[in-house]
Design a protein around this ligand. Structure first.
Ligand code: SAM
Length: 270
């Protein structure tokens, strides 16, 4: 349970060096004094896969986003250990290749419903993945869902303006729930559950803009203006096909409900 989870008091105190050894800054002497011995990296983590399960998406993203540091967060101890072993096996199998692959992915045990801002500073992340989150069907269990107005506030805080949240589920009702929470957030102060996702007249735009997606299989036909859409299409294909749960849906011939929300610029954000 949570009392056995370890997490830093603030993002500056998080030591990522054992997660991304290939990206530890060469001279760490002076900074180490300032941050209680934390060895800094040459760049921050910018991609989070929340509830990463067995790590299929991390492994697929590694070569697709070679310039980003990608972190899977998972609450189950044994699953986290499995992913850590999977990544270290991949790293050692490919140790003779240059540049060495799979150095940019790692996994951490965490309850992301509680400690996300302990790991990531404001505006640090470019992409957040919420892939096949547990549906918690019963109404009294809805508070355990990883999308709520409280958690939308945390996702908005750790995402940079222009950064995206990607959601996918095979439960249509959960897909609609996630969409209504993201679309309502910031519409009327806090937004969310009580407003039922409606944006009332005269209200400000929400914090997140829903991106219209191409049909499954037609991602290639999507008109790409500034390069952003091509990236989104590639990542959407990836969450459909490379997550363990997405593969299961393919095998069973089921449906997948995908949404992407872009965080708006928000000068009024405190
Ligand atoms: N994303 C993976 C995929 O698409 O194949 C796994 C999906 S699985 C249905 C949901 C995962 O979220 C489980 O591995 C579960 O342990 C994890 N999880 C649930 N609540 C969590 C939380 N609060 N923090 C971190 N992980 C969580």
């Amino acid at each position: 349970s949570d009392h056995r989870l370890t997490y830093p008091a603030s993002p500056a105190l998080m030591d990522w060096s054992s997660h991304y050894p290939a990206f530890v800054a060469p001279d760490t002497q002076s900074v180490a004094k300032d941050h209680a011995g934390v060895k800094p990296l040459t760049k921050p983590v910018t991609v989070a896969d929340i509830g990463c399960g067995f790590g299929g998406l991390l492994v697929a993203l590694s070569p697709l986003l070679p310039d980003e540091l990608i972190l899977g967060l998972e609450i189950r101890t044994q699953v986290t250990e499995y992913v850590e072993d999977r990544i270290s096996a991949l790293r050692s199998q490919c140790a003779d290749r240059s540049p060495r692959p799979y150095q940019n992915i790692s996994c951490l045990r965490a309850n992301t419903m509680k400690f996300l801002p302990n790991f990531f500073a404001r505006g640090q992340l470019s992409h957040i993945f919420l892939c096949f989150p547990d549906p918690h069907f019963k109404a009294r269990k809805h508070k355990a869902r990883i999308v709520s107005s409280t958690l939308c506030a945390e996702y908005a805080y750790v995402l940079r303006p222009g950064g995206c949240v990607y959601t996918i589920t095979d439960v249509e009702e959960l897909g609609e729930w996630m969409r209504s929470r993201f679309e309502a957030f910031g519409n009327s102060g806090v937004g969310g559950e009580d407003e039922g996702g409606e944006s009332g007249e005269g209200r400000a735009e929400g914090m997140f803009e829903t991106i219209e997606l191409p049909e499954e299989g037609k991602e290639g036909e999507w008109v790409d203006e500034g390069g952003q859409k091509g990236l989104v299409a590639m990542l959407v294909r990836c969450i459909r096909e490379e997550t363990e749960e997405g593969k299961k849906v393919t095998r069973n011939g089921g449906k997948r409900f995908v949404s992407v929300f872009r965080r708006r610029e928000d000068p009024a954000w405190p």
